[in-house]
Design a protein. Structure first.
Length: 377
């Protein structure tokens, strides 16, 4: 009887199935705002004022905080994802103001304790202590650092230095650069594979390539030709595909990670820059600067299924969707996986509503879908 009552209670709490409700956070350079897109409905649910010329963006693991770099303010806005308000503004870098041509990027460590910000005209990376919202270190890197990414273990940070064609590797234990890896011309975006074995670097200058770094040897293991001016880069959650925005081709190149070849070129909006993928891998979102839109790609068909109007000059350079789906209790594919996951979450967080909020879902239905996706194996 107790088991039946529990099952009925859980069914009531979970309700009918719906799409996973992660948000996409799009920085709008000219508007000085962040557009919040509900990835379940592909509609803008909120618009958040931030600093001047917001460029880079990164969502924390769990999705509770969003960090936005404001290039012309030399600040980082910290957004509370539960309220869609700015909870802190952190000074970083040094003047002078650099206007819309300046891009500072941002990345969050997997444990959410540190935030790394590239300061393009300081030739340095600011390290923010996420607990105090203060800069705890400044790490010198190469000239004109832009793209930044942290490996899954949090032990290394990779920084693309546009001017000299290198990627600096920062040892996070010592906050020092352990090596600089030569890549292509004008490296801009950088992304790490889910297992940490590869780093993909979009080289924005001719001859327009993506460098693949073997992290075990810190050497380039492959160079992949793409379309004109590759800028943003994102890796699918399973590591099988890499999506690269080509700013002057108005396309997204899809790279097969197993063969290091381009399997598709998808037309999107005008001047695509930022790209991010939903945790379930089903959709990719692309910020089109000159169209003031976000293209939504169905990754199964490599087609754009909708375009979303946002603010003026959206760039969204970084991981602007919650980077990893939460892992749950139970064994994927087993009959009791769903029940075990629900029970464990309810116990840990004191109820499913609290669990959904803590894990970055806008409601319990979104949490349900994530559990179902996990348990399906």
């Amino acid at each position: 009887m107790k088991k039946l009552t529990l099952a009925l209670t859980l069914a009531f709490l979970l309700g009918p199935a719906s799409t996973n409700a992660q948000n996409a956070y799009i920085t709008n350079q000219r508007s000085g705002t962040v557009s919040v897109i509900d990835t379940a409905t592909d509609a803008v649910s909120a618009t958040i004022p931030v600093g001047l010329t917001p460029d880079g963006v990164a969502v924390s693991s769990g999705g509770s905080k969003v960090y936005v770099t404001n290039a012309s303010s030399n600040t980082v806005s910290v957004i509370d994802a539960a309220t869609n308000t700015v909870s802190a503004t952190i000074p970083v870098g040094v003047p002078p103001l650099c206007g819309p041509s300046c891009t500072m990027a941002v990345a969050v460590s997997p444990d959410n304790s540190k935030v790394y910000v590239t300061n393009e005209f300081s030739n340095a990376v600011s390290v923010i202590d996420a607990a105090t919202n203060t800069v705890s270190a400044m790490i010198p890197v190469g000239p004109t650092p832009v793209g930044v990414a942290v490996n899954p273990g949090g032990s290394k940070v990779y920084v693309a230095n546009v001017e000299v064609g290198t990627v600096s590797v920062i040892d996070t234990a010592t906050n020092t650069v352990s090596t600089a890896i030569p890549v292509g011309h004008g490296p801009f975006g950088v992304a790490v594979s889910p297992d940490g074995s590869k780093v993909y670097v979009a080289n924005g200058f001719f001859p327009n390539t993506v460098s693949v770094i073997d992290t075990a040897t810190n050497t380039v293991s492959a160079t992949i030709p793409v379309d004109i001016s590759p800028t943003g880069v994102a890796v699918s959650p399973d590591g099988s595909k890499v999506y690269v925005t080509n700013a002057f081709s108005n396309t997204v190149s899809v790279i097969d990670a197993a063969t290091n070849t381009v399997s598709a070129a998808i037309p999107v909006g005008v001047t695509p820059i930022g790209v991010a993928i939903t945790p379930d891998g089903r959709k990719a979102y692309v910020a089109n600067v000159s169209s003031s839109t976000v293209s939504v790609i169905d990754t199964a068909t490599n087609t754009v299924i909708t375009k979303i109007a946002v603010g003026s000059q959206p760039i969204a350079f970084g991981v602007f969707i919650q980077p990893h789906a939460p892992r749950f209790a139970g064994v994927p594919g087993s009959k009791n996986c769903h029940g075990m996951s629900v029970s464990a979450l309810a116990t840990k967080f004191g109820g499913l509503n609290a669990a959904a909020a803590a894990l970055g879902f806008s409601n319990v239905n979104g949490l349900q879908d994530a559990i179902q996706a996990f348990c399906a194996g």
